[in-house]
Design a protein around this ligand. Structure first.
Ligand SMILES: [Ca+2]
Length: 86
């Protein structure tokens, strides 16, 4: 089973592009950590996510990465992986 732990940024690769609209050439999203959807990517700001706190920032990213933030599977663990997005 893949490592779905959002903290590891493991096999589940999630990318975003934060830059100019219509870049002159195609952008390889795997070419830089600046494109990775992780809690440590400084380009993904609270303002971009529409949240006010670091906790909300990290929760939003971890949810997008597959973390079971609301314990949807009912196992009492809110940081386990919940493979719902793919
Ligand atoms: Ca859970």
């Amino acid at each position: 089973m893949p490592d779905w732990n959002p903290a590891n940024a493991g096999p589940r690769n999630l990318y975003t592009y934060i830059g100019t609209n219509s870049p002159a050439s195609p952008v390889d999203l795997t070419s830089s950590n600046s494109y990775a959807v992780t809690t440590t990517n400084a380009l993904i700001t609270n303002a971009i996510l529409g949240v006010a706190t670091t906790t909300s920032h990290d929760n939003t990213i971890n949810y997008a990465r597959g973390e079971d933030l609301k314990d949807d599977n009912g196992d009492g663990n809110k940081t386990d992986p919940l493979p719902r997005n793919g």
